[in-house]
Design a protein around this ligand. Structure first.
Ligand code: ADP
Ligand code: ZN
Ligand code: ZN
Length: 734
């Protein structure tokens, strides 16, 4: 018998092994198996068994041992990971590994942490011990009282020594056994689901909830509503209904969205076990959470994109919160999109899928307009909050102070004196995005990237945000040796400094990756904000998501133009989403809010549509443009990227692939190529990068072409000089 095994290796194929006689009939798809591979022994996943192989049995090695008695990957996970591997052109063995917690990849048992406990043996009674053996009798009593077992530590804490325990063991009165206790014990039963009462839904919320739960079979609901319109409340109540029928809920949130605030909302509402799957877990904790999801005891699972591979014993619903968020797409290696996989998984498990957002991705909107997704809106703000008012601040010709126009500063002062809070958004951390020589104009650039170094003041250094290179701040210009080097443009640090000098009596809180890297830093700032005292927050993306700031009445976007003229066709969509996301922080409670957008292009039709007619009008006109240009979501894209240590190699490699296919084969219908071109940032982290874009009307044909490319690469003599990858449905072109 032959075992077909997926092995974690960059090779895009499965490997055949001879099945040892003792494993015949035992090996099943989804089990881990140890096999010889080259000079090593590694763990692969059984994909299939077969009676014949393309190789003769002399060429085949024999598998070593099975690690599982039952498939460690359940049928859904096994299917989903394999499907994704094929769709995203990622080696199957690697994809399957990524669907497993690290400890299982390393071969550990799929059991909870192991503990050695002691108990009395079955025949042990106190009368087996002489009355003079006082301490032994006391220890035996302790063990008899605790038939579930007592740990060695507990025995010591009770004051008994190890020799005493050994004495009992030697008399066959005590024995040790291995236990795998569940790290959390939970109560069950429908009456204990809720900790606090749900809110009374308004009409739109109630109708969304109804549509989501009826039918209870697979369908996708896109729930669109501005921040604060009560989307989360809708899904909390949907989860409640799912829990009541004994099922589990999986919620995917953006990387930035898995905050203690988000979690505490779930924990405040539900009595049932809520498991957060985040990057801060140890490997052990991750495995425990995975096991509790798999055995059905963890009822609510919240995680970032990789949580889409979490097993569920009784799946009831999948929710993708902030479905437009780019962090759902993995940007290296296994380049899957968790939202898209969520659609597949919900369909496979025949359960409802909810996508929520204030600003739908054009992909989801397109699906909704075409009738594949149901589309519902929450147009009112829940409670009695009103939507914020937008206003452009034309900054053409204005003298900016650390990125702020005088009129903006005036507004900030007004809001602060009304005792409310102000939020300022600038998606650029550091002090200044460039350091320029005032005498010759030379800019301090990264030696490893086609990019400028960002000046940071606290601590003082130059930092490349693309490759992480860090250097001291230069004293002289590298070209003319002048000492007159000046920061140009503002990052969050500089704006913070300026605000502090303008408003010396008001706390200014900078919230970006640098200021929050220390433990509890963010928490402490949040505490300060939630006192409700007037303050100014200045921050990046981090401020835009997940947080509730009920006392904020003014939101200012310092650079609304960023992305308007981006080389990436998604630049406009991303800008619009970000602006609305930030705006959503204002006026969430009974205070109404004001949003100021600083721009050089107050007449830009897209910006104007966004501000005057709202996101949906903007998104629909953007869709019309995309359709006309044959761009996603109407046509499909795949990007072939390559990078090499010498300039020109990556491009030559891609060109040779293209030429080889064009001379020998006919392109599947409806496909177009462009490139290879140098990537928008050609040099990055010391490598020279190039890319080739493939567009196709139909995914099927696009995939046929990608398979041809894969085969072509196999024979390409340059393939070892470059690192290359396929990105199916890329979300940016860098
Ligand atoms: P979103 O997820 O759309 O941002 P939330 O569900 O977080 O909105 O709701 C915003 C605020 O309004 C929260 O403080 C929430 O408790 C409150 N809220 C939501 N729904 C209702 C409702 N039906 N009645 C009263 N308050 C509500
Ligand atoms: Zn100079
Ligand atoms: Zn760099």
């Amino acid at each position: 018998m032959i075992l077909r095994v997926a092995i974690p290796s960059p090779l895009h194929k499965l490997f055949d092994y001879l099945c040892p006689v003792e494993l015949e009939g035992l090996a099943k798809p989804g089990m881990r198996i140890k096999v010889p591979f080259g000079s090593r022994e590694i763990i692969g996943i059984v994909i299939d068994t077969d009676v014949h192989s393309d190789y003769s049995s002399k060429q085949l090695k024999t598998a070593l041992m099975l690690l599982d008695a039952d498939p460690v990957l359940d049928a859904t996970q096994f299917w989903l990971a394999r499907w994704a591997a094929h769709y995203y052109f990622y080696p199957e063995g690697e994809a399957l590994q990524q669907a497993l917690p690290v400890l299982l990849r390393k071969g550990q048992e799929p059991t909870f942490a192991h503990a050695t406990l002691w108990r009395a043996t079955a025949h042990a009674t106190l009368s087996s011990l002489a009355t003079s053996a006082k301490r032994q009798r006391e220890l035996l009593e302790l063990l008899l009282r605790n038939p579930q077992g007592v740990s060695t530590e507990a025995i010591k804490i009770e004051g008994f020594s190890t020799p005493l325990l050994k004495a009992l063991a030697d008399k066959h009165l005590a024995e040790s056994f291995a236990s795998h206790p569940r790290p959390y014990q939970f109560a069950t039963g429908s009456e204990t689901i809720l900790k606090e009462a749900p809110l009374t839904l308004n009409e739109e919320q109630a109708s969304a909830l109804y549509s989501l739960l009826n039918p209870s079979h697979f369908h996708t609901l896109l729930l669109e509503g501005i921040t604060g319109s009560g989307k989360t409340e809708v899904y909390l109540q949907a989860i409640e209904a799912i829990l009541k029928v004994g099922k589990q809920a999986l919620i995917l949130v953006p990387e930035i969205g898995l905050t203690p605030q988000t979690l505490s909302r779930f924990k405040a509402r539900f009595q049932v076990p809520v498991m957060a799957l985040h990057s801060g877990l140890t490997d052990r904790q991750r495995l425990d959470a995975w096991l509790m999801a798999r055995d059905g005891s963890a009822r609510i699972l919240i995680g970032t994109r990789s949580a889409i591979f979490t097993p569920m014993k009784n799946p009831g619903i999948i929710i993708v919160d902030e479905e437009h968020d780019p962090s759902f797409k993995q940007q290296e290696g296994f380049r899957y999109h968790a939202r898209d996989l969520a659609v597949l998984r919900a369909k496979k498990e025949d359960i409802p899928l909810l996508l929520t957002t204030a600003t739908p991705s054009l992909e989801s909107l397109h699906n909704a307009l075409d009738g594949r997704y149901q589309h519902l809106h929450l147009r009112q703000r829940a409670g009695n909050a009103s939507a914020p008012k937008f206003k452009f601040l034309d900054i053409r010709g204005e003298a900016l102070q650390a990125g702020m126009a005088p009129e903006l500063i005036h507004h900030i002062r007004q809001h602060l004196s009304a005792q409310t809070q102000v939020l300022i958004f600038l998606n650029r951390r550091g002090f200044s995005p460039s350091l320029i020589c005032h005498d010759c104009g030379a800019v301090n650039e990264c030696t490893r990237c086609d990019a400028r170094m960002t000046l940071h003041r606290s601590p003082a250094h130059m930092h490349c945000h693309h490759c992480d290179r860090q250097t001291p701040i230069p004293k002289r210009c590298h070209q003319c040796h002048s000492e007159d080097l000046r920061p140009s443009g503002a990052g969050t640090e500089r704006t913070e400094e300026q605000l502090k000098s303008l408003f010396p009596n008001i706390p200014v809180l900078r919230i970006d990756r640098d200021s929050t890297s220390r433990k509890h830093a963010l928490e402490n700032m949040m505490k300060q904000i939630h006192t409700g005292q007037p303050c100014i927050m200045i921050g990046t993306q981090m401020l835009a998501k997940g947080h509730h700031f009920p006392r904020v009445t003014l939101v200012a976007v310092l650079d609304a133009d960023a992305g308007l003229f981006s080389a990436d066709f998604r630049g406009m969509e991303k800008t619009a989403q970000l602006i609305l996301q930030v705006a959503g922080r204002a006026g969430r409670a009974e205070l109404s809010g004001e949003v100021l957008l600083q721009t050089h292009h107050p007449d830009h039709p897209m910006l104007a549509a966004l501000v005057t007619q709202g996101y949906e009008a903007f998104a629909k006109s953007e869709l019309v443009l995309r359709q006309g240009a044959g761009l996603p979501p109407f046509h499909h894209h795949a990007l072939i990227r390559a990078e090499a240590s010498r300039q020109g190699w990556a491009e030559a490699f891609l060109r040779s692939i293209r030429e080889a296919i064009e001379t020998h084969l006919s392109l599947p219908p409806g496909n177009h190529w462009s490139g290879p071109f140098p990537s928008p940032m050609e040099k990055r982290a010391g490598l020279f990068r190039s890319q080739m874009l493939i567009q196709g009307r139909e995914r099927r044909h696009l995939h046929t072409l990608l398979r041809m490319i894969m085969q072509e690469v196999e024979h390409n003599p340059m393939k070892n000089k470059v690192r290359w990858s396929i990105d199916v449905d890329p979300i940016d072109s860098y």
